[in-house]
Ligand binder design. Structure first.
Ligand SMILES: [Zn+2]
Ligand SMILES: [Zn+2]
Length: 188
């Protein structure tokens, strides 16, 4: 089944995004945009490309829970809540909020995410230390786009999803969470 950051059987392709050199202070960065064949799960999806100046050219920054992995990007081109089973099982959460950003605007500014693929096509990148899911790549389905988990933004209020996708796979009870009793903290 296809989904926005989803899972498919299409052949993988390779995309390489170049990042312009910038003035000091520069930090070593990696760009998340490489694709390898389904047979090469051990292949590195990250390549050292250029020295870029962190934090100066992007309005959005974020990272994993422990701080080992950091990223920055421009504003997204779309944002959605995904209910697909792959997102659910990968995150351990009922649904996941994603923002799609132009691949050329996204850069890892610290750390080396681990990569896992359920089908050899879609690549989920997460922090190997704390386990936070960070980005999703699927060049066959969302070419030129890096999907980033909205909740990993330093300020997640900066990006609001405006659609829900893969509702066909959502947990039935998730359709009604707005009707559940709410508490600022916990029930007495
Ligand atoms: Zn971490
Ligand atoms: Zn999904």
């Amino acid at each position: 089944m296809l989904c926005g950051h989803l899972h498919c059987d299409l052949a993988p392709v390779r995309l390489l995004a170049k990042i312009p050199m910038r003035n000091s202070p520069a930090v070593k960065a990696r760009v998340a945009i490489s694709w390898y064949s389904a047979q090469s799960d051990e292949a590195k999806d990250w390549e050292d490309l250029e020295m870029v100046e962190a934090g100066s050219n992007s309005r959005l920054t974020g990272g994993c829970r422990c701080g080992a992995v950091r990223y920055e990007s421009d504003r997204p081109v779309h944002a959605a809540i995904c209910h697909c089973e792959d997102c659910r099982r990968s995150s351990g959460a009922p649904m996941v909020g994603w923002m799609g950003v132009a691949a050329g605007s996204f850069r890892i500014t610290k750390g080396d995410p681990r990569i896992w693929s359920s089908n050899g096509q879609a690549r989920r990148h997460f922090c190997a230390t704390c386990g936070t899911g960070l980005i999703y790549l699927n060049e066959a389905l969302i070419p030129g786009i890096v999907d980033v988990q909205i909740a990993t933004l330093d300020d997640p209020t900066m990006v609001a999803p405006d659609i829900q996708v893969q509702v066909a796979e959502r947990l039935p009870w998730s359709a009604h969470i707005h009707a559940l009793p709410i508490f600022d903290r916990y029930p007495d």
